[in-house]
Design a protein around this ligand. Structure first.
Ligand SMILES: C[S@@+](CC[C@H](N)C(=O)[O-])C[C@H]1O[C@@H](n2cnc3c(N)ncnc32)[C@H](O)[C@@H]1O
Length: 331
C-alpha cells in the first residue's frame, strides 16, 4: 500500500527519518518513492495503519492515490479508490488542499470536489466528511485519502508541567517520542532509559505499547518517575542505579538523555569521560544490531567505539538549547 505523508516543517530531516525508522522497527518492508518539500510517498508492504499512530512529526497521513497535473484524471483515480471495500460505506466527502507553492488551493478544492461528485454517489460535507481527500499542489499535484489517526498527537497536554512530578530537565514529549521511534523497535519491545529523570522518554514509549525499564542515580527522580508513569496508567520497572554500571539487563533498545552539564553526580568527572564511560556501559548490555539513541551537546565528538553511527540530527530542545540526537547501532 502506498502512503502519503505531509511532514512537519519543524525540522528538515527528522520527520522523514522518523517515518522510515518506525517502518523498519515494525518490520515493514518499504520503498521511498518520493521525498521533496515536506511530502513523502512510501510504498510499504502493509495494509495495516497502526504504525501511523506512533508518528510524532507528520501533519497529514493519507493513502496515496495519484500524482498528476490533470484534475479530471485525479478525480477518476480518487473515485475508483473510494468505490473499493475500505471506503464504500461512506456517504460524504470533502477535499482539503495544502498548497506547497502559491497556487490557489480553494479553487482546486472546488474544482476537484465537483469532479469527484459528478461521478460518485457521495455528497459534499465540509464540516464532518466521511472521507477527506487530501491533496497537495506543487508543480505537480498529489492526492490521497486521509487516514484518521484519532487525535494521537496531543503532545502539549503531556508536557512536563502537566505531570504530577515536575522537573525542568524533561524534554518536550514530541521529541521524546521521536527518540523512541528512531530506535527502530516495534510495539511490545523493551526500552531502557538509564538516565530516566521524570520519565519523559518512558512515558512516550509506554503509550506506544512498549515495555519500559528505567533507572536514575537520584532517588527523588525514581520516585517521581514512578508517580508520573502511574498517572498515565503505565507500568514500568524503575530503579535507582548508576548508568555507568549497567549489567544483567535485557533490552531491545536504549533511548536516553544524559545530563548536559555538571550536576552533583557528574561534577567530579570530565563530561566527555562521563559520556564515554556510559557508552562502554551501554555496550555491555546492548546486543549486536540493537540501537542506542542518545542526546548529547552538539560540540562533543565521541569516538562511539563499538557502535556504528547511522544518523544524527541537531534539534532545538528549548529556546536557547540545541542538542544532537545520535542514532547508534551496536556492532
Ligand atoms: C537530562 S535529565 C533526564 C531527563 C529525562 N529525560 C526526563 O524526561 O525527565 C538527566 C538525568 O540523569 C540523572 N543522572 C545523572 N548522573 C547519573 C548517573 N551516573 N546514572 C544515572 N542517572 C544519572 C539525573 O539525576 C537526571 O535525572
Amino acid at each position: 500500500m502506498k502512503f502519503l505523508f505531509y511532514l512537519s516543517g519543524e525540522h528538515p530531516d527528522l520527520p522523514g527519518s522518523e517515518v522510515e525508522a518506525v517502518l523498519a522497527g515494525e518490520g515493514i518492508c518499504y520503498n521511498v518513492e518520493y521525498s521533496k518539500k515536506r511530502l513523502l510517498i512510501v510504498d510499504a508492504k502493509t495494509k495495516n495503519f497502526n504504525f501511523i499512530t506512533r508518528l510524532a512529526m507528520t501533519k497529514i497521513e493519507a493513502e496515496f492515490v495519484i500524482k498528476s497535473n490533470d484534475l479530471s484524471e485525479a478525480a477518476k483515480a480518487i473515485n475508483k479508490k473510494i468505490s473499493n471495500d475500505n471506503y464504500k460505506n461512506y456517504k460524504t466527502f470533502a477535499v482539503r488542499c495544502t498548497p506547497l507553492d502559491s497556487k490557489n488551493s480553494m479553487e482546486i478544492e472546488k474544482e476537484l470536489g465537483e469532479k469527484i461528485k459528478e461521478k460518485s454517489n457521495l455528497d459534499v460535507n465540509l464540516k464532518t466528511p466521511g472521507i477527506t481527500v487530501s491533496c497537495f499542489t506543487d508543480c505537480d499535484f498529489f492526492a490521497g485519502i486521509k487516514i484518521n489517526t484519532c487525535g494521537n498527537k496531543r503532545f502539549d497536554s503531556r508536557k512536563a508541567q502537566h505531570r504530577p512530578y515536575f522537573s525542568p530537565v524533561s524534554m518536550h514529549p514530541k521529541i521524546a517520542r521521536v527518540l523512541v521511534n528512531l530506535a527502530r523497535i516495534k510495539t511490545g519491545d523493551t526500552v531502557l532509559d538509564p538516565f530516566c529523570g521524570t520519565g519523559g522518554i518512558l512515558i512516550e514509549a509506554g503509550l506506544m505499547g512498549m515495555k519500559i525499564t528505567g533507572s536514575d542515580i537520584d532517588e527523588r527522580m525514581v520516585r517521581g518517575c514512578n508517580e508520573n508513569l502511574r498517572f498515565y496508567g503505565l507500568d514500568g520497572e524503575i530503579q535507582t542505579g548508576d548508568a555507568l554500571e549497567l549489567k544483567d539487563i535485557k533490552t531491545d533498545a536504549i533511548v536516553t538523555d544524559p545530563p548536559y552539564g555538571r550536576s552533583s553526580f557528574t561534577s567530579n568527572k570530565n563530561l566527555i569521560e562521563f559520556y564515554n564511560n556510559f557508552l562502554d556501559s551501554a555496550k555491555q548490555i546492548l546486543k549486536k544490531g540493537k540501537f542506542l539513541i542518545i542526546v548529547l551537546p552538539c560540540e562533543y565528538k565521541l569516538d562511539f567505539n563499538g557502535f556504528g553511527v547511522c544518523e544524527f540530527h541537531d534539534v532545538r530542545m528549548h529556546r536557547s538549547l540545541t542538542r544532537r540526537i545520535w542514532v547508534l547501532k551496536r556492532e
